[in-house]
Design a protein around this ligand. Structure first.
Ligand SMILES: [Fe+2]
Length: 344
């Protein structure tokens, strides 16, 4: 039964969907009755989950009641036979699974949360969607724990998460610079820097254009959260690497399961290893939590009513990658205006 569902879902998805993935979706449905919650728990791409649930409904294993999804007695029976258990989040409640003690950063978090209240809304044009204030401050704490921020020069590439503001406010870095394309964010960051006497250098920059010479080989650490196509990931990372001083510097970026299949994870890891020649030192599961954004339902498929439901809570997460440069890491700085980075 579940193998047939995997087959049928593969046909409509146009890509192979595995039995194990169907089992994961059922396990997630045992813990969440919400489509978006099932994505978070199953750690599968949005469309894979949608196709599987569509087939589970067609086969009578799941029923859609208003906006929620429930396993039918038939679905529960199948779960029992296959010994599928509910997928729990399982994260440590004290640190939300980030593995960091944030107590030294509470004051920073309170101030930051207050400061960013009037922040610009996330817009589709630049594939924006910003993280919670807790996440932004946790990023500063992570960099601090890794020795990548105190007395160091930090570059943020695309900053709708306002990491530059939290970093400058922490007074830890020696230098904070931001590359940003959205004039609304540039104005907002500049206004906060002015009103709070923060030193933040802001450069209006399309990341497809090569890095300005004055930013090359200048930084100890970069942080970015690129759109999740291989082209965009590689491009943002090459910009970050071109900005770094040399070996023993660090780069941070997020990667999701919701938008990136494991094939894409592997393709990226191959680029990191073979082309960019950086070592992956950390991958912290679900480190980044994003605030739900207004344009979600416009940007996802409209043919399935269980997808066209507003999320009840923040569901979009990404893992935090930390990479470190070695002798021979990539640092070419070429114009790439041939690339299309954002959705059209
Ligand atoms: Fe913990």
């Amino acid at each position: 039964m579940l193998a047939q569902i995997a087959q049928k879902a593969s046909r409509s998805a146009g890509a192979k969907i595995y039995l194990r993935e169907v089992e994961r979706v059922i396990g997630a449905l045992m813990a969440s009755s919400e489509f978006w919650g099932v994505i978070t728990l199953s750690c599968l791409p949005v469309n894979t989950v949608a196709e599987i649930i569509k087939e589970l409904i067609a086969e009578g294993l799941v029923v859609q009641k208003d906006h929620s999804l429930e396993l039918t007695p038939k679905g529960k029976g199948e779960a029992q036979v296959r010994e599928i258990s509910p997928l729990a989040d399982g994260a440590c409640k004290a640190c939300a699974g980030r593995g960091l003690d944030l107590s030294a950063f509470n004051k920073l978090l309170n101030t930051f949360r207050e400061m960013v209240q009037g922040r610009p809304k996330a817009i589709f044009e630049y594939d924006q969607g910003y993280v919670t204030p807790e996440t932004t401050v946790a990023r500063v704490a992570l960099l601090a724990a890794k020795g990548d921020i105190k007395g160091k020069d930090l570059l943020i590439i695309g900053d709708d998460d306002l990491v530059s503001v939290a970093a400058a406010l922490s007074r830890l870095p020696r230098r904070v610079a931001v590359l940003e394309i959205d004039p609304r964010l540039i104005r907002f960051i500049q206004a906060l820097a002015d009103s709070h006497h923060l030193e933040i250098e802001i450069y209006r920059q399309d990341v497809r254009k090569r890095l300005p010479a004055e930013l090359c080989r200048q930084f100890d650490t970069f942080l970015t959260d690129p759109p999740e196509t291989i082209d965009a990931l590689e491009l943002f990372l090459t910009r970050g690497l071109a900005a770094l001083k040399g070996p023993c510097c660090a780069g941070y970026f997020g990667l999701t399961f919701a938008e990136s299949s494991l094939s894409k994870w592997l393709a990226l890891q191959q680029i990191l290893a073979a082309k960019l020649k950086v070592a992956v030192t950390d991958i912290i599961h679900n480190f980044n939590e994003y605030v739900n954004w207004d344009y979600l339902l416009e940007s996802v498929r409209k043919d399935l009513s269980f997808v066209q439901v507003n999320p009840l809570s923040n569901w979009y997460r990404s893992s935090m990658y930390r990479v470190e440069t070695v002798e021979g890491s990539y640092w070419e700085n070429l114009d790439r205006e041939d690339l299309a980075l954002y959705p059209d």
